[in-house]
Design a binder for this molecule. Structure first.
Ligand SMILES: Nc1ncnc2c1ncn2[C@@H]1O[C@H](COP(=O)(O)OP(=O)(O)O)[C@@H](O)[C@H]1O
Ligand SMILES: [Mg+2]
Length: 329
C-alpha cells in the first residue's frame, strides 16, 4: 500500500504521518516512511534526536545512484542522465520491494526503532526554491517519485509519504502514485480550501482521497468539516497531549496515546487497506506513461536532448508478479 499525507503547512501532516507510522509499527507490518515535506520533520516526529535526524542521508543527493540502480539493464534508458523523474520502468528495470534490502535502501534509508517494531525512514533532504519548480531535473521529490514508480508493494506492506502538495506533485503525477491520500485539514476555511483544490485533481485521475480533520474540538468544528467536506471526511483527531509530550522530547509509550486518537489511526489503516483490492496495476502504469509523456514534451526532451517517449516499454505493466531483475555484479 502506498499512502500519502498532504495538506496545508501546519495542518498536522507530519504529526499524523508519524502517528500512523507508529501505529503500523505496532502491528509488525513492514513500513517504509518517506519525508517529502518542505519542512523536513518526520525524523524528529518519529523520535530521532536533532543530530541523528540531521545526519539522515538525503535522497535528493543520491539521485544518480537511484537512477542507475532502477535503470538496471533496461535498453530503453540509455543512461542515468536521460532518466527523468517520470521515466517509467520497463523490461530490464530493477524494481523495489517494501520488505527487502537493496542498494537504494542501503544508501538512502535508515532504521528507526519504534515501540513494537522498526521502520525504514527515507528523507528527500531540505528543499530549495528550485525544487518547487515544475520542471526541475534534479528535483528532490523526483527521487521519491522514481522509487514509487518502481515499487511493487503487496497488501500489508506500507509506504507512507509525508508530502507537500505543491504544483510539482500535480505536474509530475506524483499525486497519482498512492492507493490512498489522506488530506489533513484543520476546521478552518484555509484548511478546507486545500482540500477543494486537491479534489479537483483527484477526480480527474480517480484518486482515493479522504479528509482527516485535525485539531478538531467539539461539535462546531465537526459540523463545519462535515458541511464543507461531506462524505470525504473519514475521521477527526483532537488535540493530543501525547503529541505535546512528544514535542517536548518526552514521548510516552505509544500505547498511552489517547484512545480516541488510537481508534482514529485504526480507521485510517482500515480505509487504506480497503483500497488494495481495487488496485488497478494497468491504470497505475498508464498514468505513469501519461505523465512521463507530458513531462517529456514540456521540458524533459529539451533538457536531456533525447526523445524520452522512446523510454516507454509498451508491453510493460508494473504488478505484483513482475519478477525482480537479478542484480548484476
Ligand atoms: N492533534 C494534535 N495535537 C497536538 N498538537 C498537534 C496536533 N496536530 C498537530 N499538532 C502540532 O501542530 C504543529 C504543526 O504540525 P505538523 O505536523 O508539523 O504540521 P505540517 O506537517 O502539516 O506542517 C506541530 O507543533 C504539532 O506538534
Ligand atoms: Mg510537516
Amino acid at each position: 500500500m502506498k499512502i500519502a499525507f498532504v495538506g496545508k503547512g501546519g495542518s498536522g501532516k507530519t504529526t499524523l504521518s508519524s502517528l500512523f507510522i507508529r501505529h503500523l509499527a505496532t502491528t509488525g507490518s513492514p513500513v517504509v516512511a518517506v519525508d517529502a515535506d518542505i519542512n523536513q520533520h518526520l525524523g524528529p516526529a518519529l523520535g530521532l534526536d536533532d543530530e541523528t535526524a540531521a545526519a539522515l542521508p538525503a535522497m535528493g543527493a543520491r539521485l544518480p545512484l537511484i537512477k542507475d540502480y532502477l535503470r538496471g539493464s533496461n535498453p530503453r534508458i540509455a543512461s542515468a542522465e536521460t532518466m527523468i523523474k517520470t521515466t517509467p520502468p520497463g523490461e530490464g528495470s530493477r524494481l523495489l520491494r517494501v520488505d527487502e534490502s537493496n542498494p537504494v535502501y542501503e544508501a538512502c534509508a535508515r532504521p528507526v526503532e519504534l515501540d513494537g517494531g522498526t521502520v525504514r525512514l527515507m528523507v528527500t533532504g531540505p528543499f530549495t526554491e528550485a525544487d518547487l519548480g515544475v520542471a526541475c531535473y534534479h528535483s528532490k521529490t523526483g527521487a521519491v517519485e522514481l522509487c514509487l514508480n518502481h515499487l511493487v508493494d503487496g497488501p500489508g506492506e506500507y509506504v507512507v509519504v509525508d508530502m507537500t502538495a505543491g504544483s510539482d506533485s500535480f505536474a509530475s503525477g506524483m499525486f497519482t502514485r498512492f492507493d490512498m491520500t489522506f488530506l489533513v485539514a484543520e476546521p478552518t476555511r484555509k484548511g478546507v480550501s486545500v482540500y477543494r483544490q486537491y479534489k479537483e485533481y483527484a477526480r480527474d485521475f480517480g484518486i482515493a482521497l479522504k479528509v482527516v480533520g485535525n485539531k478538531v474540538q467539539g461539535e462546531d468544528d465537526l459540523d463545519f468539516l462535515r458541511s464543507e467536506v461531506g462524505d470525504d471526511l473519514l475521521v477527526t483527531v483532537g488535540h493530543s497531549d501525547w503529541v505535546r509530550a512528544m514535542e517536548k522530547g518526552r514521548p510516552p509509550r505509544f500505547d498511552l496515546l489517547e484512545t480516541a486518537n488510537a481508534t482514529a489511526l485504526a480507521t485510517l489503516r482500515a480505509a487504506a487497506d480497503a483500497t488494495y483490492g481495487a488496485r488497478d496495476w494497468e491504470r497505475y502504469t498508464q498514468q505513469m506513461v501519461h505523465f512521463h509523456l507530458k513531462n517529456a514534451q514540456s521540458w524533459g526532451n529539451e533538457k536531456t536532448g533525447a526523445d524520452l517517449a522512446a523510454q516507454i516499454d509498451p508491453g510493460f505493466v508494473l504488478r505484483e508478479s513482475t519478477p525482480t531483475a537479478v542484480a548484476s555484479a
